[in-house]
Design a protein around this ligand. Structure first.
Ligand code: DX5
Ligand code: ZN
Length: 217
């Protein structure tokens, strides 16, 4: 399959959020990535339900919602009601992960699991049959604009092998420090979905940057 691009609104201009969502609507992006931070799981707080609801009203692409919050089970239905299409929880925040992803599915959303840079992908071996996507964090979560961690390539290779060997239909998404200089190698290594915040919204021409991430030219 062709790879997907999911621009992260964390790097958008929140004073002109509708304008930036429209830009993504008009672009070649496939999804819209929304980062939810609670100030506990990560040392930062982003935004919550009213912002997601607002984005949902104007978005013409699926909402790819990435929860960096403790105990996400408390809020799964709220994120569905706010407009999430794909809901990703952090592996490290879930005690009963299989139950959590089953609940996400029963609420009618696609289920993703994110792993921090220190978490081996092997820990997802028995979860792959139950999920639609693994998000490999390629920076430590919490902030946009950080540098890509090179060790991530080994994790992607290892996870791609596990997925192929098991015959699973699981997408690999990468998030953190993704730009037009590393996107090509990431796709070659087996990535299906590129999240990009700063490299898109801080660029001179975000529309063109999305096109370049999509075309890899
Ligand atoms: C980081 C978030 C990312 C962030 C990526 O904790 O999960 O989605 O927006 O930002 P960039 O692309 O700027 O590294
Ligand atoms: Zn994210």
């Amino acid at each position: 399959m062709d790879h997907l691009v999911s621009p992260s609104l964390l790097a958008a201009d929140f004073g002109n959020l509708a304008r930036d969502v429209s830009l993504v609507n008009e672009s070649q992006a496939d999804w819209i990535h929304l980062d939810i931070m609670d100030g506990v799981f990560v040392p930062n707080i982003s935004f919550g339900f009213p912002v997601i609801e607002h984005v949902k009203k104007i978005a013409r692409k699926p909402l790819d919602v990435h929860l960096m919050i403790v105990d996400p089970d408390r809020y799964l239905s709220r994120f569905r009601d706010a407009g999430a299409d794909i809901l990703t929880v952090q592996y490290e925040a879930c005690i009963h992960l299989q139950r959590t992803v089953s609940e996400i599915h029963s609420l009618g959303m696609k289920a993703g699991v994110a792993v921090n840079p220190h978490t081996p992908v092997l820990l997802l071996k028995n979860t792959l049959p139950f999920i639609d996507m693994v998000l490999i964090m390629t920076v430590n979560p919490g902030f946009g604009g950080q540098s890509f961690i090179m060790e991530s390539y080994n994790k992607i290779t290892e996870l791609r092998k596990m997925i192929e060997e098991g015959g699973y239909k699981v997408l690999i998404e990468v998030d953190g420090g993704i730009d037009t200089t590393n996107s090509g190698k990431l796709i070659e290594t087996g990535v299906n979905v590129l999240v990009a915040g700063h490299s898109v919204f801080s660029s001179e021409n975000p529309m063109e940057t999305i096109k370049r991430l999509k075309d890899l030219k």
